[in-house]
Design a protein around this ligand. Structure first.
Ligand SMILES: [Zn+2]
Length: 138
């Protein structure tokens, strides 16, 4: 019986197949978790696209991203986390909020799958609700 499903990913930037490699291939000596894996473009490092894999089944955590998009996703995550803390929301609740704001369902509302444009929308949304001039009214 097969225990590990094989995921065939294609690099969205250059069309080359992605290879599942230990994260240390990309992160080098800075790898915090030696058991983690990434799907890396087979043209790496010439093509700088990759995505993390889930540890238990090596399922890709989202779509492959280049440096720019990875940075945007980090910023979107950060903005969402900030909002969550400010509003004392649970992790699931903030995603329900995000789904409603973006008109997405549960399977679509993952920052790991978002484009740069979607990440921008998340960042803008997270900024807008709390008006900095309204003080600590809430
Ligand atoms: Zn590529």
């Amino acid at each position: 019986m097969k225990t590990m499903k094989k995921y065939n990913l294609k690099c969205p930037y250059c069309g080359s197949p992605a290879i599942c490699r230990p994260a240390s291939t990309v992160y080098g000596a800075d790898t915090i978790d030696r058991k983690s894996y990434l799907y890396v473009c087979s043209r790496w490092p010439a093509c700088d696209a990759y995505v993390s894999a889930h540890k238990k089944d090596r399922k890709p955590m989202g779509t492959m991203a280049d440096r720019r998009l990875r940075r945007k996703r980090i910023l979107a995550h950060r903005a969402l986390e900030k909002l969550r803390i400010e509003r004392h929301m649970d992790k699931w609740a903030v995603y329900v909020w995000l789904q409603a704001k973006l008109g997405l369902d549960e399977s679509q509302a993952h920052i790991g799958m978002f484009s740069e444009e979607m990440c921008e929308r998340v960042i803008t949304l997270c900024r807008s609700p709390a008006d900095p001039d309204s003080g600590m009214a809430a």
